[in-house]
Ligand binder design. Structure first.
Ligand SMILES: Cc1ncc(C[n+]2csc(CCOP(=O)(O)OP(=O)(O)O)c2C)c(N)n1
Length: 337
């Protein structure tokens, strides 16, 4: 299905939001305005937005340490996300999550975590809940090429296959796990591993092309929603910045020619060119969009600056959810006796 004119422009808007948000976060962490560190998705925006926009509003995502972009791709406003990075009470997690533990339930973002691979069982559990509740929601787990070598992916793919769960396993193959090149630790092709679990495996070579990612993930999401089960989608992409902002490893594990080649394939530049060439937008409209997004980021920072830090008394609030209403344990015991 060809996306509508508005959807195409929205794709560019969301890619720009991720880029400008992460650029600002990078500056803020280096100036000490954000505690800890941040991991940017700069360079990977086509993969993030193509996947996120293939989902419906109520669908679930689970992310990793590089996950500011995932809720932005699903449509989160920038202010509460930026406030979360700084630890302000107006943040999406009331300032208690920070950059590594963002969650925005309003857009189905179940959260991210620094534990590599942990998005996978979380999204699989969410897919199981959708199946049990019959609510038609699809889950998508974002994880890197490094995480693809964690055993939990194969446990999750196995059970998702057996139970026919509505899930998409989305490997963001940016070709490096920190400083480890994927080809030195990854045997074969990640997408091919799907065959072992009886599910389709798709490799998107043109991962800098938002439409290529959108098409592949849309097909996987449709399949999941129809009740036909899981898909593994591997997207080939590249991160332009260091693993995390300000990280200095002392060795350059990435070849300068390789980097230059990938910088040529900047997904935002490529898509802008496409939109103009196809007559979907003019250069002036594209400039105006860029200015709008920059203003949104400025506004998010202003909102953050003017927000208070949380009161220490809320530290232990929201740790547990209310028990799910359902049959009591006594009734269950009675039923089997
Ligand atoms: C279980 C676990 N093992 C190791 C680490 C240390 N670590 C943090 S990020 C990272 C690399 C992850 O690479 P990848 O999954 O490819 O994601 P990317 O950073 O490329 O997006 C590692 C090994 C961790 N945080 N958690």
């Amino acid at each position: 299905m060809t996306p509508s004119h508005d959807t195409l422009l929205e794709m560019q808007r969301r890619m720009l939001r991720i880029r400008r948000f992460d650029e600002r976060a990078s500056k803020m962490v280096k100036r000490g305005h954000i505690p800890g560190t941040v991991h940017t998705s700069i360079g990977q925006e086509a993969q993030v937005v193509g996947a996120a926009m293939a989902l419906a509003d109520g669908d679930y995502t689970a992310g990793n340490h590089r996950s500011h972009g995932h809720p932005i791709g699903k449509g989160s406003p920038l202010g509460p996300l930026m406030a979360e990075l700084v630890g302000k009470a107006t943040g999406v997690c009331q300032g208690k999550g920070g950059s590594l533990h963002l969650a925005d339930f309003a857009v189905g973002s179940l959260g991210e975590s620094g534990i590599v691979g942990s998005s996978i069982p979380i999204a699989t559990g969410a897919a199981l809940s959708s199946k049990v509740l019959g609510n038609g929601k699809v889950s998508l787990a974002f994880f890197g090429d490094g995480a693809a070598n964690q055993g939990c992916l194969y446990e999750a793919m196995n059970i998702a296959g057996v139970w026919n769960l509505p899930i998409v396993f989305l490997c963001e193959n940016n070709q490096y796990a920190l400083s480890t090149p994927a080809h030195t630790v990854t045997s074969g092709v990640i997408a091919d591993r799907a065959a072992g679990f009886g599910m389709p495996g798709v490799r998107v070579e043109e991962g800098q092309d938002v439409l290529a990612v959108f098409d592949a993930v849309t097909e996987a999401v449709d399949r999941a929603r129809r009740g036909d089960g899981p898909t593994l989608v591997e997207v080939v992409t590249y991160r332009f910045n260091e693993h995390s902002e300000g990280l200095r490893l002392g060795v350059d594990y990435r070849n300068a020619d390789e980097k230059a080649l990938w910088l040529e394939k900047d997904p935002i530049v490529l898509f802008r060119r496409h939109l103009v060439a196809e007559g979907i937008a003019t250069e002036e409209e594209m400039d105006a969009l860029e200015a709008e997004v920059l203003a949104e980021v400025d506004e998010a920072v202003r909102f953050t600056d003017e927000s208070p830090f949380p009161d220490p008394s809320v530290a232990f609030a929201d740790l547990y959810t209310d028990p799910t209403p359902g049959p009591s344990v006594d009734n269950l015991i009675g039923a089997t006796a």
